[in-house]
Design a protein around this ligand. Structure first.
Ligand code: PMP
Ligand code: GLU
Length: 394
């Protein structure tokens, strides 16, 4: 039979982060000693107190369908978390729990966008934003930022990108892939532009909120005039090392939350029951319980910056959050290394995989063709070895 894949799927790119992780796994299975720095996934175990809550939930028979938008107790814990950490008031009707923040983002795109609506993506942006927007028949509009502005969009750039078709802007702070953190003043600058355009909605992806070494996470929803048009996205994958548990959530204007609930009522029926129960415990705990992981990421960031800084051709910003560095490696373009000509960031990432056995991700997947992303969610030993190998082949 011939292949009748829909145009929708044919036109969609494969997630570059997941593809690189799969490739690294495949090479490892073939016996190669690959160090995987491609996937944004904490290498810590889930804290024991959260595991205990999940075990208890199994024993307590939390095995039925949950409310589509999440257990009431979980939404209450999320509401308190928003108040405690972000000084944001989101009531239960404004909160929707989903199967990972990735699904939260997907829901929002389908609920808010009509075909042809433009979505401003300050680049570099997280790998899935542009394909999620395209699946919802929106049009991603990339705003290029570089290392000179710490990969942050300026108010003037935002203003220049707005057209009568602009419907949303999506960004993450701390940012995946650049690690950049928008300060309050910088967010106020963007808000000042947005206040002139009341029909533009903001997706503020705050999943790395706690992994912030500069201190002081700021939510754009808390800035004047932004609350009614911001969808605050968060989840437990990063701060609680719960990637496989697949729980994310939004705080949003009620009509958006209602739309997301309607949508997931036809798609997933709601997120996993046991994971939801465990997340109640995770979110009720003080942030001090996960501080050890944040401190460790901070130490590793300093180590990676120091070691990569010793390699000629790696131009680095100082990421203040998340667990990535995003070096500009365009100095290698046009050069031939060990018989391989490097024309772009994808060539460079492939070269590192083949010659240094180190998996990274090309910046092209994040809308920046001059950089590669290196995740430092790996042990100090692996990081030292990986960077020594990189140094040896470049
Ligand atoms: N947003 C950003 C910026 C991310 O890095 C990730 C990581 N996967 C997600 C959203 C999705 O997270 P989740 O595991 O909750 O789907
Ligand atoms: N967010 C992580 C990353 O950027 C996990 C992979 C993914 O969900 O794409 O690597």
């Amino acid at each position: 039979m011939s292949n009748h894949l829909s145009d929708r799927i044919k036109n969609m790119s494969t997630s570059a982060t997941l593809a690189m992780a799969a490739k690294a796994r495949e090479l490892r299975n073939e016996g190669k000693d690959i160090i995987g720095l491609s996937l944004g996934e904490p290498d810590f175990n889930i804290p024991d107190f959260i595991k205990e809550a999940a075990k208890q939930a199994i024993d307590d028979n939390f095995s039925s369908y949950t409310p589509v938008d999440g257990y009431a107790e979980l939404k209450k814990a999320i509401s308190l978390k928003f108040k405690r950490d972000n000084n944001l008031e989101y009531g239960p009707n404004q909160i929707v729990v989903s199967t990972g923040a990735k699904q939260s983002l997907f829901n929002v795109a389908l609920v808010v966008l009509n075909p042809g609506d433009e979505v401003i993506l300050p680049a570099p942006y997280w790998v899935s934003y542009s394909d999620i927007v395209k699946l919802a028949e929106g049009v991603p509009v990339e705003v290029t930022t570089g290392i000179e502005t710490d990969f942050k969009m300026t108010p003037a750039q935002l203003e220049a990108a707005i057209t009568p078709k602009t419907r949303m802007i999506w960004f993450s702070s701390p940012c995946n892939p650049s690690g950049s953190v928008y300060s309050k003043a910088e967010l106020e600058g963007l808000a000042e532009v947005l206040r002139k355009h009341p029909d533009i909605y903001v997706v503020s992806d705050e999943i790395y909120e706690h992994i912030n070494f500069a201190g002081g996470h700021v939510s754009i929803a808390g800035i004047d005039g932004m609350y009614d048009r911001t969808i605050t996205v968060n989840g437990v994958s990063k701060a609680f090392a719960m990637t496989g548990w697949r729980i994310g959530y939004i705080g949003a204007p009620e009509w958006i939350a209602k739309g997301c609930t309607k949508l997931q009522g036809q798609v997933t029926s709601g997120a996993n029951a046991i994971a939801q129960r465990a997340v109640i415990t995770a979110l009720e705990a003080p942030v001090s319980k996960i501080q050890y992981m944040i401190d460790e990421f901070h130490k590793r960031r300093d180590l990676v910056l120091e070691l990569l800084g010793e390699i000629d051709g790696f131009n680095l910003n100082v990421p203040e959050g998340a667990f990535y560095v995003f070096p500009d490696i365009s100095a290698f373009f046009g050069k031939t290394l060990n018989g391989t000509t490097i024309n772009n960031a994808s060539d460079f990432a492939l070269y590192l995989l083949e010659h240094a056995n180190v998996a990274t991700v090309t910046g092209e997947a994040f809308g920046n063709p001059n950089c590669i992303r290196i995740s430092y969610a790996a042990s100090e030993k692996e990081l030292k070895e990986a960077i020594a190998r990189i140094k040896a082949v470049v």
